[in-house]
Design a protein around this ligand. Structure first.
Ligand code: CA
Length: 305
């Protein structure tokens, strides 16, 4: 116990029912007491420092005041010299990469992943906005789009995350291509070999993924964890994908407050909001137990005791 302050200094923290709540709320929806991830208990041990979480999605507003101090920067790259200084195949990838437009500005055009990134790593106790689950972790912004992302871009981005030091990959998107399992298998195996955990949203079709598989959520790799969305009443959100074999865990995903481009905030719902709760929790676990394997971190996340 480091005796650290909780995130109570963040003005929207009382709205963050998924982190800590006692059944009272300032919002119009009812909240079941303790239907949360007990973030405060974790924060007394660790806040995720030193763990890099790759957010592969629609790009991040890396200058958002609640994110700017927790954005990953490539330590091997000299910015703006038009040289691939670290020989990783990407020129001037100082702040991540845009795999759709093949440039070094993974900016957010639709808000989806700035919201996702804030759930994982928004700065806490800075007197603005919200607190992220792992509020001292680093967010690696890798852009592929989140509306039917191209498979090739998704695979390249996962490879980049593996090669450049991410321990957790957040995938708040699904690919429904009939060949998706075949295409994803090698890169998910590579992530497993590198000890990287892939946290995947179960999608908002309301389907049973055991009979309607979507990827990467439906992968059976031991380093892939599929996340469904739960409500403030601690029930499965009706739109959330589920499936006893495919979906590993449910996390708060309904009425989730987080960051939006331009320094603003919004409340969104979906498995896209539930997955980053788990990615943040994984970062906390890894900061506390750096030698743990991806399978051990997954096991700890699923431990109900
Ligand atoms: Ca480079």
């Amino acid at each position: 116990d480091h005796g650290v302050a909780t995130a109570s200094a963040d003005p929207f923290f009382p709205s963050q029912w998924g982190l800590e709540n006692d059944g009272t709320t300032s919002e119009p929806w009812a909240v079941l007491a303790d239907a949360d991830i007990d973030a405060d208990a974790g924060w007394h041990r660790t806040r995720g420092a030193g763990v890099v979480v790759a957010v592969i999605d629609s790009g991040v507003d890396i200058s958002h005041p609640d994110l700017v101090n927790n954005i990953w920067h490539n330590p091997g790259e000299t910015c703006g010299n038009d040289v691939d200084d670290d020989h990783n195949g990407y020129v001037d990838d100082c702040d991540g990469w845009d795999f759709v437009n093949n440039d070094n500005t993974p900016e957010d055009l639709n808000g989806h992943v700035t919201h996702v990134a804030g759930i994982i790593g928004a700065e806490a106790n800075n007197a603005i906005g919200i607190a992220g689950v792992a509020y001292e972790s680093q967010i690696m912004a890798l852009k592929i789009g989140n509306e039917a992302p191209p498979l090739s871009a998704a695979i390249e981005a996962i490879a980049y995350a593996i090669d450049n030091g991410a321990r957790v990959i957040n995938a708040s998107w699904i690919v429904e291509d009939v060949n998706a399992a075949t295409y994803f298998e090698p890169i998910l195996d590579a992530a497993e070999a590198a000890g990287v955990l892939v946290v995947a949203g179960a999608g908002t079709s309301g389907n049973n993924l055991d009979s309607h598989p979507v990827y990467p959520a439906a992968s059976t790799n031991p380093n892939v964890i599929a996340v469904g969305a739960s409500t403030p009443q601690d029930e499965r959100a009706p739109y959330s994908g589920f499936g006893p074999a495919s979906v590993d865990v449910f996390a708060p995903g309904e009425h989730i407050a987080s960051t939006m481009p331009g320094g603003s905030y919004a409340v969104f719902s979906g498995t896209s909001m539930a997955a980053p709760m788990v990615s943040g929790a994984a970062a906390l676990l890894w900061a506390a137990t750096p030698a743990a394997t991806a399978a051990e971190v997954k096991g700890a996340l699923l431990d109900q005791s």
